[in-house]
Design a protein around this ligand. Structure first.
Ligand SMILES: NC(=O)c1ccc[n+]([C@@H]2O[C@H](COP(=O)([O-])OP(=O)(O)OC[C@H]3O[C@@H](n4cnc5c(N)ncnc54)[C@H](OP(=O)(O)O)[C@@H]3O)[C@@H](O)[C@H]2O)c1
Length: 346
């Protein structure tokens, strides 16, 4: 626990990058080495992000000028299709990599290339990548050199479904995932739909015909389902708030069981999943700024329908916090190191 490692953040000027910096500054075993940005190269990080004033002496460096191999571990908080161009060199030099984008989340290359509309440039490395959902893959993450940090919707949705699918308790072909995200889920963009006058006091669905997180969820849940079949109706929505994901799952039970027993038993040793009372309603505000997923459920009387509610902070358990959790597991450190965060309220 006393040894420190050097970590670098590629894409340190985006929303998940800055959230990573906030968390890494408080981590007892980490020295931040380099932080990249093309647009802000040469500028003091804390000048661009005053929330970090007094905490970080670093200047942004251009990713092409960064000496990433000098780090022990590199986080990629970049758009899809960037990390895959760096990993071969980094892995060959013994550097561990955690990608917050989707480059290594889907093992089926053809499906990945179809949904991400580009050629995968690191297929060999993809085969060795571990999907970084600790509650599902902790043992494999311990051995991994390359971790694919899950997407934010997939984290909220899968944590709500995994205990039920693993125990073969629900029909896996009729699952409905009705999910909503705060605007920071889209990153630091200047698109019209994310302007305050467009997004505030507004609420809408998007990607009705298919969201890129769908194949990620389906591939992972298939791997744990007894019949290898998952059919999910997934509709994402944009919420007029900055942080938070709220996923409501509707599933059909195929056996009689007490969901409270199933969820509490499955998550009894998990630090970052809070199973609430049946019928309670978790709020996004109750997890804001923390690495916690809060779950609850309600069995609709006289039907076989179970509703599960799952909330996370998209930038923490949905991105940077989960990435730190994965780093802690890869390094053999306590899983909560740097993540002892009480949610912000109000
Ligand atoms: N936002 C969320 O809630 C969330 C949750 C889970 C996962 N993710 C995933 O995490 C990744 C980052 O998301 P974000 O929301 O932080 O995005 P963002 O706010 O748009 O930030 C992107 C970062 O990547 C850098 N970048 C862009 N193009 C690059 C390139 N070609 N080479 C190197 N750096 C480049 C940007 O800085 P420069 O352009 O200045 O270099 C910036 O620092 C995405 O893949 C996203 O899907 C996001």
């Amino acid at each position: 626990m006393n040894s420190k490692i050097k970590v670098s953040v590629v894409g340190g000027s985006g929303y998940t990058g800055v959230e990573l910096l906030r968390l890494l500054i408080g981590h007892p075993n980490v020295i931040i080495h380099e932080i990249t940005s093309r647009n802000d190269a040469g500028k003091l990080v804390s000048e661009i992000y005053p929330s970090l004033r007094g905490c970080l002496p670093h200047y942004f460096v251009d990713p092409d000028k960064a000496d990433l191999k000098k780090a022990d571990l590199v986080f990629f908080a970049t758009p899809n299709g960037i990390a895959m161009n760096y990993v071969t060199d980094l892995l060959e030099n013994g550097v561990k990599v955690i990608d917050l984008a989707a480059d290594f989340r889907i093992q089926d290359v053809a499906i990945w290339e179809k949904w991400y509309e580009m050629k995968h440039s690191a297929v060999k490395e993809l085969k060795s990548a571990v999907y970084g959902l600790p509650e599902l893959n902790r043992e494999a993450i311990k051995q991994a050199q390359l971790v694919a940090n899950p997407g934010c919707y997939p984290t909220a949705i899968q944590l709500a479904l995994i205990p039920l699918i693993k125990s073969n308790l629900i029909n896996t072909e009729t699952i409905i995932a009705d999910a909503k995200s705060g605007i920071s889920g889209a990153g630091k963009k200047t698109e019209t739909q994310f302007l305050m006058s467009e997004a505030s006091e507004n609420f809408k669905a998007y990607s009705l015909k298919g969201h890129r997180h769908l194949p990620e969820i389906e591939e992972n849940l298939k791997s744990i389902s007894s019949n290898n079949k998952i059919k999910l109706t997934f509709v994402p929505h944009l919420l007029p708030m900055v942080r938070g994901i709220h996923a409501t799952l509707y599933v059909d039970c195929i056996k009689d069981f007490d969901p409270s027993v199933i969820f509490n038993d499955f998550y009894k040793d998990e630090l970052f999943v809070d199973v609430m009372e049946s019928g309670s309603c978790p709020e996004t505000k109750s997890v804001r700024g923390s690495n916690v997923c809060r779950l609850s459920f309600y069995k609709i009387p006289e039907t076989n329908r179970l509703v599960i509610l799952s909330v996370i902070d998209n930038l923490v358990k949905g991105a940077a916090g989960q990435a730190l959790q994965n780093m802690n597991i890869m390094m053999g450190w306590p899983e909560s190191a740097g993540l002892d965060l009480i949610p912000l309220y109000p």
